[in-house]
Write a protein that binds this ligand. Sequence first.
Ligand code: ZN
Length: 282
Amino acid sequence: MSLSNYHTSTSEDVLLPSGGIWYTDVDVEFKTIEPLVSVRALTARDELTLSNPTKLLNGTGVSEVIESCCPNVKNAWVLSAADAEAILLAIRLASRQKDYNLNVQCPECGQDGLHTRDIQNLVDRILPLTIEDKEKYKIPLSSGVVLQLKPNTLKSLAYGFKKKMALTSLAANEEVLNSLPPEEVMKNIKNIGNELCQMELEIMFDSIENIELPDERLTKVYDAKEIKSFLMQLPSSDTKAINKALEPLAELGIPKVLELACHKCSYEWDQKANFYNPQAFS
Ligand SMILES: [Zn+2]
């Protein structure tokens, strides 16, 4: 026997909100016919990964910890945010952490308050999608084509987050902007605008599984290049409609808005939860 036989670890099972209907076996392997995965507790190494600010900001912290604690997930970058959240919460449970904590100020009286939610209770409320639910996430466009939507992957969300940070810090850098001639400033602002548009298109592209044509055979187009160039040429009314149709997909999984009440003045409000925040668990 060696030391490695003496690691004690608990495990937890969790259902994935997406139902796994957009994943291939290569990326995510389920335990049963249900979208069930098993996770183990965090190790000291995982805790270190989660406390690395750079890794947290660029998304690698979350994906590394998920792949380390959940053997069913071979490639965490393909996961939807809802599934990643469910897995992260289950990892907390396996690590014997019961509570999710929100430390927030009351918007009415300013009192600081600690609000706590039972993680098990949050995880128990997951109702996974089934293959039939996929129909709900289709959107017909005026040209007759029908888009099959899917939730954004961690990879594209991390890309968008990073890009936005870089562009906004560039736009907010007054020192640099003030040192430039006015026409250069205008050029910079225009470039930032273009890059933001490009980023939004990339993220939208990531949320389209296929496009069905209104021909006799209802041909489905999966080709990335074709879908991308199709998106580039859509009128803005269509892109707006697609973004609207994507909203319910972003809301999948554990409710991200928690109803809180102030301990001092009893004022009630809705607060957005952040299940990625490692400091929120005890
Ligand atoms: Zn209050």
